[in-house]
Ligand binder design. Sequence first.
Ligand code: TYD
Length: 203
Amino acid sequence: MRRKGIFIVIEGLDGSGKTTQAAILAKRLFKTYNPLLTAEPSRGKIGTFIRECCLYEDKRLPTEAEALLFAADRIEHLQKEIKPALEAGRLVICDRYLYSSLAYQGSAGLSLDWIKVINSRALQPDFALFIDVAPEQVLERLQRKKSVMETLETQRKVREIYLRFVENGELLRVNGNNPKERVADELYAKVLELLKTIPGSVS
Ligand code: TYD
């Protein structure tokens, strides 16, 4: 029996398929690990406020205020859902976490150091994976109404920051440009490899 839970984070651009992939992964790990699948913004008070009041263009807040709200949501999410599950020895899969704040609010101009400071109370995940899809492909999937050039530029900036964390080894890249089933296989294989590195996690 494991002594403590395992905390896995899945990151990616909007439209990268990460939510679908996190769900497939949770299903595949179900028998052995009975994982908790959760997401940020969370379903708590602050996360609900963010989803309802801050994500749409005409409702956007100053970037600093958004970053603080995401950080506050993270603390609530950790306290109410993630930590209790980990303490009960469960595996937690979180769709977006701290790297989303670094990539999105960082690409909007905030210093990565300040984002790290306001998130300094957030628990480090055991491992984090980045489903990497080309920004052009993501845009095609999203078929957004916004100016394509502007959005493409934004997506590129977000991806660039994610890739910095791939380079320094904090995020493990999964090629998300392949068909869904192949991405799911690669993600699953990588997670199994990573789980082997955690003592007592493989039964
Ligand atoms: P999400 O619900 O994952 O969107 P989707 O399921 O469509 O991919 O995330 C909503 C938005 O919130 C997304 O555009 C990214 C943004 N976000 C941040 O900017 N910072 C953060 O810290 C988090 C968690 C999300």
